[in-house]
Design a protein around this ligand. Structure first.
Ligand code: ASP
Ligand code: MG
Length: 417
């Protein structure tokens, strides 16, 4: 009998009717002969509410108690779903993270899963039970409840699937992964299959459909991951087949993808701010004097561009930080002005980052050039560029973001027919 992990996000369990709908999806898979384990999130909005309680008590709350509070949202939905399944005649039981156990490290609030001994879950499956596991939670080395960071129940689901040797279906409120945001580009298409590497880039670039860590974990353990909608009719005959077809998007090994596009997806982020430092001395140690204090202040820097003046004496440095970090970044640079020795600082927070992602870039030349040409034809100026093996990101004026996305989507042949 094949094992299946089904994960349902917050909007999928937002109220009792939605939970009943989830139970029908589970019932279908049980009747299809799978051994099913379910991982649930808290009801939509619940975790935000719980986080707000903690912050209200003290901005310096004890992270161990924070975990106790925020883990409770998943405790509720796991119990409710187990009850609903029982009501439908399906043997089921709930599991809290500590009961499984989902063993994590001790980083309260952002813990990493270290190990999930599968024995308890397996013996319940062998007795014909559906396991309903509270996502997002685990138990730390101190024996206390931990949570995995926001969006962490995706990671719970993949980790459980890896432990059980199961495939993993992530049910959410969209019907898959799209070539870009369909709210901006109406011709965006659902992607049938995407490689782990590409999904990892898209997730870390801001496509919110999967927590980045969950994709990493799926890639390492080769867990086939499917993103699909819980709003689809649970009784629809269109379901996953042996050869991996079906609703939603399959995230899998690149070898399993026949028709590989050069560019698979285009991501964007408005959460960007740009800092330009003018006329610093072009000598060893200058970058360290800038980025060291920023790192010490916990500010992470993304894109970095340096250009040196013709006489080779001075350099200009441009880099980006998350928008919320801009005021702090400017303060740190001001405090270190003597040390760094710059003439002037300019900043802007009306910038956005656009990234093209595709493993086809490894073997095709001219992919980046096409991006630059396409933007140039639209009169869009590029402020900064970064690349990796399968990604090119550019920083542009936020006012042109939508235009850039549409133009690039067409240029790479991604538009729906
Ligand atoms: N409920 C948690 C959150 O909102 C975990 C999750 O839903 O993935 O972050
Ligand atoms: Mg989520």
């Amino acid at each position: 009998m094949s094992r299946l992990v089904m994960k349902f996000g917050g909007t999928s369990v937002a109220d009792l009717d939605r939970i009943r709908n989830v139970a029908r999806h589970v019932k279908r898979e049980v009747e299809a002969g799978h051994q099913v384990s379910v991982v649930v999130s808290a009801m939509a909005g619940k975790t935000n509410e719980l986080v707000a309680y903690c912050e209200n008590i003290s901005p310096l709350y004890d992270a161990r108690e924070y975990d106790v509070v925020v883990a409770s949202g998943e405790q509720v939905t796991s119990g409710l779903l187990a009850m609903t399944l029982q009501e439908m005649g399906i043997p089921a039981r709930s599991w809290q993270g500590w009961q499984v156990p989902v063993k994590t490290d001790g980083m309260h609030g952002a813990a990493r899963i270290m190990d999930i001994p599968p024995d308890n879950l397996v013996s319940a499956l062998d007795r014909g039970m559906v396991n309903v596991i509270a996502g997002f939670q685990g138990i730390g080395p101190d024996g206390r409840i931990t949570t995995l960071g926001r969006g962490g129940s995706d990671t719970s689901a993949v980790a459980v699937a890896a432990a059980l040797g199961a495939r993993c279906d992530i049910y959410t409120d969209v019907d898959g992964v799209y070539t870009t945001d369909p709210r901006i580009v109406s011709k965006a298409r659902r992607i049938e299959r995407i490689s782990y590497e590409e999904m990892l880039e898209l997730a870390s670039l801001g496509a919110k459909v999967l927590q980045t860590r969950s994709v990493e974990l799926a890639m390492v353990h080769k867990v086939p991951l499917r993103v699909r909608s819980s709003f689809d009719d649970p009784d629809s005959p269109f379901q996953v087949t042996e050869d991996g077809r079906g609703p939603g998007t399959l995230v899998c090994d690149e070898d399993e993808i026949m028709e590989q596009q050069v560019v698979s997806g285009i991501a964007y982020s408005r959460d960007e701010a740009q800092v330009a430092i003018r006329r610093v001395k072009d000598k060893p140690g200058v970058s360290a004097s800038i980025f060291g204090p920023l790192a010490d202040a916990g500010i992470s820097v993304d894109m970095i561009v340096q250009n040196v003046s013709a006489d080779g004496v001075f350099a200009n440095l441009t880099f980006t930080v998350a928008r919320k970090d801009l005021p702090r970044a400017l303060k740190v640079l001001e405090e270190n002005r003597e040390q760094i020795g710059y003439e002037e600082i300019a900043s802007a927070d009306n910038v956005a980052k656009v990234s093209i992602v595709g493993i086809g870039m490894r073997s095709h030349a001219g992919v980046a050039a096409k991006m630059f040409r396409t933007l140039a034809e639209k009169g869009i100026n590029i402020e900064a560029i970064t690349t990796s093996e399968i990604k090119v990101s550019v920083l542009i004026d936020e006012a042109y973001l939508e235009l850039a996305l549409r133009a690039l989507h067409s240029a790479y042949g991604l538009d729906a027919a």
